[in-house]
Design a protein around this ligand. Sequence first.
Ligand code: ADA
Length: 559
Amino acid sequence: YRYQERKENDREAYWTTDEPVNKTDRKEHKFTDAYTLQVPGDWNSQAEKFLYYEGIVWYKKSFDFTKSNPANKVYLYFGAVNYEADVYLNGKKLGKHKGGFTPFNFEVPDSVLKSTGNYLVVKVDNTRHKDEVPTVNTDWWNYGGITRDVQLVELPPAFIQDYSLNIKKGASLKTVKNIPVEGWVQLNEWQNAKEVVVEIPELKIKKTFPVTGNKVALQFNLPAVQLWSPQTPKLYNVVINTSTDRIDDKVGFRTIETAGKEVLLNGKPLFMRGICIHEENSLQGRRAYSKQDALQLLGWAKELGCNMVRLAHYPHNENMTRTADSLGILVWSEIPVYWTVDFSSTEVFEKARTQLTEMITRDHNRASIIIWSVGNETPVNPVRTGFMRNLIGAARSLDSSRLVSAALEVNYQPGVNKIDDPLGEYVDLVSFNEYLGWYSGLPDKCRSANWEIAYNKPFFISETGAETLYGFHGDSLTRWSEEYQEWYYREQVAMLKRMPDNFAGLSPWILCDFRSPRRNNQTFQEGWNNKGLIDQKGRKKKAFNILREYYEEKAATAK
Ligand code: ADA
């Protein structure tokens, strides 16, 4: 595996096929018996024989439930089901949902709900299809199942659906006194509601707003506030009351914007010391879902010196974004428009837009999230650019208070690496993935790299990385060795130090080794993508320290 012994760009060295390996032929799997599966949880990791299983699983569960008030409404809420869910209660179909990483809910009619012996059945299908989002090819494991919490939610007939609170756009943050805040409260019905009361006890704020429609506009000033930032992730309890319903939440106040070549957090230049993360607990080889999982992943990111994470390549569970809020870690959140989907199809666009809407609806009150990403490495062509541009527009109209980006590809030309994807025109932050020294050439290629960014905007390296197997050692020319990855990071860091001044940060690929059906090099992969800085057993590879040193240096030099 010494570099000289292999051809440059020898893709065989990285994976054996571009098509996913079909170990998932359903005919081979005639599982007819019943199993007990944990929810939340993917099925693949719950029994050895399910590891490769892709197809249909029927879940059933019975429960008793008595409403505390007969007039109340009941909803069945799913944090996420991968990919398709058909939900039945007591033999009646409540609804269907597609999309593996976002929440959905169905109202449970009184005529269906019983006080004892309710029978919930969910048909889950994770079969990949070309016309879905994501499509057939992904470089991550297609964990199937009810992967997040399911909740039965009881609400008063008139309830609060959603709310938003943000520092007013353009507000001056020169003093932390009297900062204007704006927002809204969304009610499912408003005719009998008189007022909405918003309280932030710690700031002694109690404001009353008259109800004149479903959406109640909020506007008030914060007398003195500690802004949310990675250094001071201050969260305030917010209580929203109508006469019939009440919401308790914890929110942080901060602004995020770009100005010329810079990203500004609370009006100050920000350098993002990031890392990419998959929603996976590598130690247990399963989808991550719990608060403990979030603390482990984000804790490692902190140890690395990060102030930011890119949650690739789909919306992660809410524990991640809530934990990021409390730990003070900035977040890039993404929808799985990954590589090539059918960009010419309006149905596919609607599927992507639905996931974008569900992601933003769930998390738009999380201070940690500063970037919505509409996709990853989509190949440049006019049809795709129209599709992506419309998604960017959709993200902005759902939430104008954050940056919009997408991980773009580099246009490699002789002597110059160009970032000239036409999408650069429409995003706030020009982001791209590069693997100089892994997918082509040696890491010292970075020394002569010439970057040309066609847009006068801040730019961000959303991926860079090299594979290595923890504990495999050699000289730095030995591919897959820890020394090669270490060298790769050294050369990358040296290159980053020469980047133009609109360089706003990076999120290397990736925090942990992760499962991927594409990665079938038998010596070094065996179904894992090993670009992690941390291996399957939680052990840190040598390159971890290279990146940490760079981040320590960046943190010390303010920006
Ligand atoms: C792509 C892709 C990632 C990851 C990476 C790799 O850039 O965006 O999902 O799989 O390749 O490891 O090669």
